[in-house]
Design a protein around this ligand. Sequence first.
Ligand code: FES
Length: 129
Amino acid sequence: MISRRGLLVAFASGAAAFGLTGLSQTAANAAKTYTVCKTSAVAVRSGKTFTVGGKKILITQPKKGSFKAFVAVCTHAGATLTGATNNEIQCASHGARFDAETGMAKAVAPKALTKVTVSVSGGNVRVRF
Ligand code: FES
């Protein structure tokens, strides 16, 4: 009979042999970069939602030249977030509010928005996920 420890060691050896330990690295390498919009499409202290790679992504520009990106799904009950004004993202469903720079919840929602990696290149806002 194989002990529990022996079974774990055997599984780990087998996983390594089949390259399974590199799965998380493979997933990280599978991330793609998408061009979302021109930097001029999102005004300072506001935000807009775009469909990118089949996902709704909310881009904000809290300070001139500083862009942030979030998954545009409200953490209260999953409504789609459509934009931001005065550096605040508001959900039309039940009034949740989020900081447009950090994504931190200010009211109603239980937690912060999910951040997305964002960059600017050649006047374009790009995200990676
Ligand atoms: S779903 Fe956004 S506040 Fe309820």
